[in-house]
Design a protein around this ligand. Structure first.
Ligand SMILES: Cc1ncc(COP(=O)(O)O)c(C=O)c1O
Length: 461
């Protein structure tokens, strides 16, 4: 009733205006006013090869002309087999079978459901609880949101969420248990790991189906890698209590952290790796899970060979063709080498920036998944108030100046803690990194001077 029909988009935020992007080229996006943005976060850490790669577009068009859709309940395609083989070979150890979905949330739903069905059919019918971690993100569908630990995203739906358990992830820069990382490492007495075992025992191991964690915590904490040895201890616990270990590599997979999967740096073999984003470099909605042979054997022996699950668009031929073409570019452009080289260069520049700006309290991450923690004053350890929207405001300033970062809040305890993720396309050049850091530097300076003005007004009142 009564509204003029003029904008039909259900926007992410109805109070915001969004630039209309007309095209992209390499690390740049261009809007309809001609303004260009350096994509310093690959969209949402997804457009990992940048924009305008003709070979990926051509491969999608070719596949669409051949067979645009087949239903995987009855048919498969050559492209599906080829991509599964490439990913299976790339994945560590006995993680060999690849299941496709259209997004990371669905990938994690699939992994948690597979864990449950595997246990049930193996004669452990009570196992159904998933243990996740606070300040982690696994997606926005009800199951994935239940496993994730971002209070801001969860609280609107709290009554709808599944009864999953949560423990703290090891944010050693501000340990939630008040420990010092060196102390944990030398004494090998880790409160965060002990808390997981306590949680398992409290829930009853016979009830716990899976443990899910991001290999490196992405959007919720801003690129926080685990301390050395953490995941080995988690693996031991999962083995001891027959719990499926799911590593969420939706953000970290396909070279983002300097190896094909971040798992390779953790010294363990999970039971399931979930992936998304980088697999198609953002050219098509494609994600999935890579499953350990042990679970497949279980399906064949105990479940009549069937996983009771599936999506219409699982293994969509055009999306899979995009994935195949993207993996070819990763290989031909020697992207892994570039990630390590440019990642080190970026961290070096950010550490210099930290000297200049006391609002940077931490620089962390791996490869080209780098985060900075932002505080009001590092020396006094003074945090920004959530209402100051520091990360978001700095990113808006940067967008005015021509670069886009990935801002986040709640990294410390879901409420406090501001960070920016810097995650440019993996084929980024040194000159682009210089430009990213230059714009970040200027944005921080502008933000600080705005803040000083606001504070003077507040004091004058
Ligand atoms: C670690 C992680 N898992 C899962 C997801 C959800 O993926 P999607 O948005 O494709 O459903 C994301 C998305 O940002 C993610 O970063």
């Amino acid at each position: 009733m009564g509204r003029v029909k003029q904008d039909f988009v259900f926007h992410r935020d109805f109070k915001k205006e969004y630039p209309i992007i007309t095209h992209g080229e390499g690390v740049y996006l261009f809007d309809d006013t001609g303004k260009k943005f350096l994509d310093a976060c690959s969209g949402a850490v997804a457009a990992n090869l940048g924009h305008g790669i003709a070979s990926i577009g051509d491969a999608m068009a070719e596949q669409a002309k051949k067979a645009a859709f087949v239903h995987t309940m009855r048919f498969e395609t050559k492209a599906l087999h080829e991509l599964a083989e490439k990913i299976g070979i790339m994945a560590p150890g006995y993680l060999n079978k690849v299941y496709f979905t259209t997004g990371g949330s669905e990938a994690n739903e699939s992994a948690m459901k597979l864990a449950r069905q595997y246990h049930r059919d193996a004669g452990r019918p009570q196992k159904h609880i998933v243990i996740g971690r606070w300040q982690s993100y696994h997606g926005n569908t009800i199951g994935s949101l239940s496993a994730g630990g971002d209070v801001k995203r969860r609280h609107a739906y709290t009554p709808n969420l599944l009864n999953y358990a949560h423990v703290y992830s090891p944010y050693c820069h501000r340990c939630p248990y008040g420990r010092e990382q060196d102390d944990c490492l030398t004494k090998q007495n880790w409160t965060c790991v002990a808390d997981i075992e306590r949680t398992i025992l409290e829930l009853g191991p016979e009830n716990v189906s899976a443990f899910i964690a991001e290999a490196i915590v992405g959007s919720q904490q801003g690129a926080v890698p685990p301390p050395p040895g953490y995941f080995e201890k988690i693996r031991e616990l999962c083995d001891r209590y027959q719990i499926i270990l799911i590593l969420d590599e939706v953000m970290t997979g396909f070279g983002r952290t300097g190896t094909h999967f971040a798992t390779e740096q953790l010294g363990i073999e999970p039971d399931i790796i979930t992936f998304g984003k980088g697999v198609s470099a953002g050219y098509a909605p494609l994600a999935g899970m890579i499953v350990h042979e042990r679970l497949i054997d279980g399906l064949i022996q105990n479940s009549d060979g069937k996983f009771i699950h599936g999506y219409t668009y699982s293994g969509h031929p055009v999306a899979v063709a995009a994935g195949l073409a993207a993996l070819e570019v990763y290989e031909s452009d020697n992207v892994l080498e570039n990630v390590n080289e440019q990642g080190n260069y970026l961290v070096g520049l950010l550490l210099e920036l930290k000297q200049k700006h006391t609002c940077i309290s931490d620089v962390r991450g791996r490869g080209l998944l780098i985060g900075i923690e932002l505080v009001k004053d590092r020396e006094q350890d003074l945090l920004f108030k959530p209402s100051e929207k520091a990360a978001e405001t700095i990113n808006s300033i940067a967008m005015e100046l021509g670069a886009v970062f990935y801002p986040g809040t709640g990294s410390i305890d879901s409420i406090n803690g501001e960070h920016l993720i810097i995650s440019p396309p993996l084929n980024v050049k040194k000159t682009d990194i210089d430009e990213i850091v230059r714009i970040l530097d200027e944005s921080l300076s502008i933000f600080k001077s705005q803040l000083r003005k606001d504070e003077t007004v507040e004091i004058a009142k």
